[in-house]
Design a protein around this ligand. Sequence first.
Ligand code: SF4
Length: 321
Amino acid sequence: MGKVRDVVITRRTGFCYGVREAIDYAKTAAAEGKPTHTLGQVVHNEGVIEQLEAQGIRTVASLDEVHEGAAVVIRAHGVTPEVMERAKTRGLEVIDGTCTWVIQEQRALARLVDEGYTIVLLGTPRHPEVVGLLGFAPGAIVVDEEEDWGRIPRTKRIALISQSTQPPWKFEKLAAYLVGRCHELKIVNTICPVTIRRQQDTMEAAAAVDHMVVVGGRSSANTKELTRLCRIAGTPVVQIESPADLQDPDLFGDAEVVGVTGGTSTPIEDLQAVTRRIYELAGTPEVRARAAELADASLRRVADSTYRTSSVPSGAAPAEG
Ligand code: SF4
């Protein structure tokens, strides 16, 4: 018999503003009747990609797949200046959905190159954002886990910068490590505030509930970090991609209150669906019977103008405020 009586969605979840804007650009272009493409998946979420396809928006892996005159949306991660240039010279309508925060990172990198620093970029080597950033600083040394750090040469002037979604603790640790490897260290903190706030909210929720569920892509670094933080808080946690991943009611043990959070590419509707699934799977008999209604209420508690970072499509959620 399930014991869950309440499921709490954390504040400030859903798409981050960068992802939301890129999606909105694509939808607007398609609604205006333009043949619309996104260069790479605009968000790593199959449900959203299917929705976009239904609106005529195609995901392409290369600019060669886009015919002249058609619109191509650059996703929030950004691209190298060469890709941008190539799209323009091919006569495509470029709709730049690069997140404003990522644009700031790109500009900061270009400045550091001009200033002659050896650049250390904390990031996941083949992540699209990092690939795009390297277009502004081809000589940057990309490092991720601590075992990579020995590759950084001892040199006079180092500048440290980060991919937007790296965990702050790792950035701080790398900064401390670099102090001993150079004479002058310049630190440009480009970790996105959305990432930081989401981690804070997740930690807060984890401290207040009996069990956490983290929803997001298995390979998403910012999702994995949320799971790690829940463990640090000492709260049992499971990381899933969709409600279908929750099959075992025993997973929640004696938990009465469960928290749900998600990565920056996880739509808030997915959190609502997971909430409903938890109620149905592990709820008390009373809440099981009202699972859909209670999941709606859980979403309403956070889907207001203060906390919502997701463009919930009209009709998908009864948003207030
Ligand atoms: S995580 Fe931050 S930097 Fe990255 S796309 Fe979202 S808002 Fe922009």
